[in-house]
Design a protein around this ligand. Structure first.
Ligand code: ADP
Length: 887
């Protein structure tokens, strides 16, 4: 396709326009705008027609490519033709074919330069024939013959022009058509080659006759000639779900039947064996007769799209799964506070059943059902709802999360921590609120319990640090009652910390494994009484049905005993305990007790925290009780040290006193003996005086004897070896004789005796020893009361015992002294001897001690009732002879 051709084509187009203008000078266009456009003058139209109705012969060199050339050639050719005709007429007078050469010239011009030049050539030829060839030459002749001749020539010329130009035009049109076809073909080729989809053209048998590069990639060299029936197998054609694709539905097959197929989705294997997802469209190609001659198939690879689609679906299902598997409740609200979406956890959190119409209710109704409150229980206003706050753009997270209380649809209250953020669209416009609700009920309870546990542990620590503060305890030592109080307190604290039903603390004696129940809480008063009664039985660790319990407790293990299972189910279970927790109370390696707790009959899942806490509490309890034991031991040690010191002091005092007491009668004996010897030397007649001295000496010797007896009795009574010779005797007789004896010894004193009416009181006793006891009582009563005060002795008896008491009106004794006077070597400090008892003043603080030893060896008892400043009544009892089984 050259440029000339293009120009020629343009000119042809212009020609068409000019011809139209010539044919319709007052065209519709002009009618539409008659005022604006003046009619083009005819001559201009003519000129334009001539200018455009010509073309350049292809053989003409480029510089000659101008319309004027054609017209010049047209005129020149006629001149040449006329000249040649003239010459031929001159040379051959018989030559009569005038106009033949001119017509030939017209035809040549028409063929080579088109209609315009050929019309000019015709006109020029007609004019030249008429003017030059026609006789007379060089004159215009307008006779009829000439005019007919001219007209014929003119018609022939015009006809030749028209025919030649039409032939040429047809040829050129054909050329143009071929050219445009060529252009289209190359464009189509370019499209086919560059189109990204695979394109294949199939013949009437479905075989591939043409492929573009993408098609070649898909098909590969080996499968080009695959027959239609084998296509399904060769290309691995499948539906999207993987089933074999039916041959009759293959787009090429359908298109071969005249159907235009589009958008068929299928899978196939490309030349490299990769699985391709494709969207196929096919259209039939028809021949001139309208019969299907082939098929064009376009295969659009949607693998990436399909992959993306699958991934999107996968992501969506992953998101869905993640959304559903979030353990927190997730709610998505729109701007009107309607719930757009919620996960399973959210349903469970609020106990929303599938059948519930909760979600379709209005926001106000829903919130009224939830009764949303703050931590203090104050109802929240609409503006304070967490979702409303989020919809205002607030982000609730971390410490800003809202803590609220809501009522589930099943009526249970729930503590929630709500976090969330606004949801915005691409333009940043707020379109909803995402709320994540976490159930913190247990956490809050745990926090409260932890708080309580902390308080309880602090209280226990306080118990450990301040045991001596309890009233009644001296120097930090606690009584058993106080220990039980502490244990009780610990048990109560444990119960409040763990929220269990019962807690008991039992101590274990390390040497004997004996169990002593120390404290229990969680029982009704009746149950507690029964419990205390049950504790009287002696039980040991390891006595139960499972002996391994003791071993495990010693190994510091916490035990969970299912009381509904063997071997415990056959054991008495008065409180219907389901699972009993037993924690060892240890100090170092030593098991000192057990802490047991239970949640009653309900099955309780003991958490590791609870078990750890129980273990820690048991350890603390052990420490508290052990500390108390140590304190008591220390107090005991201190007391025995004090007692020892006191004993030593008394022993020193006793030795001093003994030497003094022994010295006095010895001095008296020595003086009496010396005096007697001197009297014997000086006066033989002084027997009377000597008798008195000897009598005094005898008394002193007796006193010495008694003192020594006392000392002997003391050492014997230490070993419970007081020599007794019990025999049936009458107690009244012993009392009467002793009182009489003392009345002789204390002639100035009034001693009254009150005996029972029955007369005798038979006892089995060592009469001398009983007399010794009564003597001691009487001596003391006489010593520690003034001379004018009487001393009363009385004897009485009941069913089993006889009782002897000696009552004075002396100094009396304070209560603490009343207990101590029965101890060895104890003498009331500063005790005043009110009567002049002479040598009877002597006392070693042994008398009452010996009395007690004698009476107790007789299976009797001693005692005193005394009021300071008023007097005392010392008594002893002896079993009646009839009630003694083995005297
Ligand atoms: P002693 O031989 O020193 O009298 P006892 O054992 O007989 O020793 O008595 C111990 C102490 O009890 C006495 O030192 C005295 O202080 C007190 N006591 C004994 N009997 C009486 C009494 N009847 N009235 C007041 N004090 C008494």
């Amino acid at each position: 396709m050259d440029q000339d051709h293009m120009q020629t084509l343009e000119r042809e187009n212009d020609n068409q326009v000019l011809l139209e203008e010539m044919a319709y000078p007052q065209s519709s266009k002009n009618e539409q705008a008659p005022t604006n456009k003046r009619a083009t003058p005819f001559w201009r139209v003519l000129i334009r027609w001539f200018l455009t109705h010509n073309f350049t012969p292809q053989w003409l060199p480029k510089p000659w490519n101008h319309p004027l050339v054609g017209y010049i050639v047209a005129v020149l050719s006629q001149f040449i033709a006329v000249i040649v005709t003239m010459l031929l007429t001159q040379l051959f007078p018989s030559y009569t074919s005038t106009g033949l050469l001119e017509a030939l010239a017209v035809a040549l011009v028409a063929l080579n330069w088109g209609a315009g030049p050929s019309v000019i050539a015709t006109l020029a030829g007609a004019a030249l024939i008429n003017f030059i060839i026609k006789v007379p030459h060089f004159t215009w002749s307008f006779d009829a013959t000439s005019l007919v001749q001219l007209l014929i020539f003119f018609l022939v010329g015009i006809t030749i022009s028209i025919v030649a130009s039409q032939i040429e035009r047809a040829r050129r049109n054909a050329e143009e058509l071929a050219l445009s076809l060529e252009v289209e073909r190359s464009q189509l080729n370019a499209i086919i080659e560059t189109v990204p989809d695979a394109l294949s053209i199939h013949d009437v048998h479905g075989k591939i006759v043409r492929l573009n590069p993408a098609g070649r990639r898909n098909t590969g060299p080996k499968r080009i000639n695959t027959a239609i029936d084998d296509k399904q197998r060769a290309f691995g054609l499948r539906t999207l779900t993987g089933e074999p694709f039916p041959t009759k539905d293959i787009p090429v097959v359908r298109a071969l039947q005249g159907e235009t197929v589009s958008g068929v989705e299928m899978r196939f294997l490309n030349a490299e064996g990769q699985d391709i997802y494709a969207l196929m469209s096919a259209a039939p190609l028809f021949d001139i007769q309208g019969k299907v001659d082939g098929v064009v198939l376009i295969t659009h690879d949607i693998s990436a799209l399909h992959q993306a689609e699958r991934e999107r679906a996968l992501r969506a299902s992953e998101l869905e799964a993640a959304f559903e598997s979030i353990t927190d409740g997730v709610f998505l609200f729109n701007r009107d506070l309607q719930i757009i979406s919620l996960n399973n956890a959210a349903r469970e959190l609020l106990a929303i059943k599938n059948s519930s119409d909760y979600l379709s209710r209005s926001a106000n109704e829903r919130m009224a059902m939830l009764a949303m409150r703050d931590e203090q229980g104050q109802l929240l206003t609409g503006e304070q709802w967490p979702m409303s706050r989020i919809l205002k753009g607030e982000v609730l997270q971390g410490p800003d999360a809202a803590d609220i209380i809501v009522r589930r649809l099943d009526g249970r209250d729930l503590e929630l921590s709500v976090s969330g953020a606004p949801v915005r669209n691409q333009e940043g416009e707020l379109i909803g609120a995402l709320c994540i609700c976490r159930d913190v009920t247990e956490r809050r309870q745990l926090e409260k319990r932890t708080q309580a546990a902390l308080g309880a542990l602090l209280a226990m620590a306080e118990t450990l640090v301040l045991p001596g503060d309890s009233p009644g305890s001296k120097s930090g030592a606690l009584t058993t009652v106080e220990v039980n109080k502490i244990a009780h307190r610990i048990a109560e604290l444990t119960r409040s910390v763990l929220g269990c039903q019962r807690v008991s603390i039992t101590s274990v004696e390390p040497e004997t494994n004996m169990l002593h129940h120390v404290a229990v809480v969680g029982l009704s008063p009746d149950e507690e009484r029964q419990w205390l009664a049950d504790q009287q039985q002696e039980t040991r660790l390891g006595d139960g049905p499972d002996p391994t319990i003791a071993t495990e407790l010693r190994a510091n293990e916490v035990l969970l005993l299912d009381m509904t299972q063997p071997p415990f189910d056959t054991q008495p279970n008065p409180y219907h305990i389901h699972t009993l927790l037993m924690a060892p109370m240890t100090v170092g390696e030593q098991l000192v007790g057990l802490l047991s707790l239970d949640f009653g009959g309900q099955e309780h899942d003991y958490s590791t925290d609870e078990i750890a806490l129980a273990k820690a509490v048991a350890k603390l309890a052990a420490l508290a009780i052990e500390r108390d034991r140590l304190l008591r031991e220390r107090a005991d040690a201190r007391a025995s040290e004090l007692a020892l010191r006191e004993a030593n002091r008394r022993m020193d005092e006793f030795l001093g006193m003994t030497s003094h007491e022994l010295k006095t009668p010895l001095t008296s004996i020595k003086g009496n003996t010396q005096l007697t010897v001197r009297q014997i030397k000086n006066s033989v007649s002084a027997f009377q005086r000597m008798q008195e001295m000897l009598e005094s000496t005898e008394r002193q010797v007796k006193l010495l004897d008694r003192l020594v007896d006392d000392l002997l009795d003391i050492s014997r009574s230490q070993e419970q070896l007081l020599e007794l010779s019990p025999a049936p005797c009458d107690l009244t007789a012993i009392v009467r004789e002793t009182v009489q004896e003392q009345q002789y010894a204390w002639p100035n004193r009034t001693i009254t005796l009150d005996l029972p009416a029955e007369g005798t009181i038979p006892v089995s006793a060592d009469a001398d020893r009983i007399s010794q006891v009564l003597r001691n009582y009487l001596t003391n009563a006489l010593k520690y009361s003034s001379e004018e005060k009487p001393v009363r002795v009385s004897v009485s008896k009941d069913q089993e015992n006889a009782r002897v008491s000696v009552q004075d009106e002396g100094t009396g004794l304070f209560p603490d002294e009343q207990a101590k006077i029965w101890e060895r070597f104890y003498r009331v400090e500063g005790a005043e001897v009110l009567s002049n008892a002479g040598s009877a003043n002597a006392g070693l603080g042994l008398g009452l001690y010996i009395c007690k030893a004698i009476v107790e060896q007789h299976h009797g008892s001693v005692g005193v009732e005394s009021t300071p400043g008023v007097g005392s009544s010392f008594w002893f009892t002896l079993p009646l002879a009839s009630s003694i089984e083995s005297p």
